[in-house]
Design a protein around this ligand. Structure first.
Ligand code: ADP
Ligand code: MG
Length: 269
């Protein structure tokens, strides 16, 4: 899915959170957002998945200006977008399989959806397929709240893949994962994007992982695009300037960022 953000502006309670933001994304691109807390990354995701309406400026998806779409067209567009949130938004008492099936509920008729959830789970093979990809196929019939936080994050990822979206948004998807699982997740997103030509945009706090796996990096600061560069052109200076005003503990951590050699050319998987 193509995206075009033009002069996007958003206020919350009078305070501007996004100011005059512009960027475009081509179908199948993989982009990482970097930036300190509070710069508007989550708000930007909520514009791209049509959860909020811009105060000013525009969002175009596949050439369609969102402000011109009918309610029905917005609903159809939303079905093509999957979001992995910081809080995974699963239904705790549901079995894993039903949380994943919920990813396609918007694509089904009400009868089929109710039948699937209440009586007999349809699409079991597809669910098993995404659970195998995320490494938790043995948890398919477990109650979701019996899983660890990390495993629940994998369920949320499986649900997003099961939706087979044209645009996959991941808002700090690695936040509850250990480093090994974080890298596994990124490889999965990258491979999925390559195989399905899915546009993937993800935000990260782990700068090195983002630079290693994502060909294009957008640094966000003060509600605007601070830099928009191929990963190989992002320097230590860019990163220090991006995180300069972050709280002392975080600055300390970021100052130690070593740009890995692999960033010169993003890793091909
Ligand atoms: N619904 C909302 N109402 C009021 N303020 C909000 C709302 N959503 C976000 N904000 C504020 O907007 C700013 C950017 O938030 P967010 O987009 O979550 O940033 P990030 O994801 O980069 O940490 C923050 O100051 C946050 O408190
Ligand atoms: Mg956020």
């Amino acid at each position: 899915m193509d995206i075009k953000i033009t002069h996007l502006h958003q206020n919350f309670g009078g305070a501007p959170v996004i100011r005059d933001m512009d960027f475009s994304v081509m179908s199948g691109e993989r982009i990482a957002f970097l930036g300190p807390n509070g710069v508007g990354k989550t708000t930007l995701f909520r514009h791209m998945n049509l959860m909020i309406t811009p105060a000013a400026g525009g969002v175009e998806l596949d050439g369609a200006a969102i402000s011109t779409l009918s309610v029905k067209e917005v609903r159809a567009m939303k079905r093509r977008i999957a979001t992995i949130y910081q809080q995974h938004n699963l239904i705790p008492r549901f079995k894993v399989i039903n949380n994943i099936l919920a990813g396609r509920l918007g694509q089904w008729s009400t009868t089929r959806a109710l039948f699937s959830l209440l009586i007999k789970s349809l699409d079991v093979d597809d669910v098993r397929d995404v659970l195998e990809k995320t490494g938790i196929a043995d948890k398919m019939y477990w109650r979701t709240d019996r899983l660890s936080v990390g495993q629940q994050q994998w369920v949320a990822i499986a649900r997003a893949l099961y939706q087979n979206p044209d645009l996959l948004l991941a808002d700090e998807p690695c936040a509850s994962l250990d480093p090994r699982n974080a890298e596994k997740l990124i490889r999965l997103l990258v491979n999925w994007s390559k195989q399905h030509n899915t546009t993937v945009i993800a935000s990260f706090h782990d700068v090195e992982l983002a630079l290693a796996y994502f060909p294009r990096i957008i640094g966000l600061k003060d509600g605007a695009v601070f830099f928009d560069l191929p990963a190989g052109q992002v320097t230590k200076q860019h990163l220090q300037d991006l995180y300069r005003d972050e709280k002392p503990r975080e600055v300390e951590a970021k100052e130690n960022v070593v740009i890995p050699a692999c960033c010169i050319t993003p890793i091909e998987i």
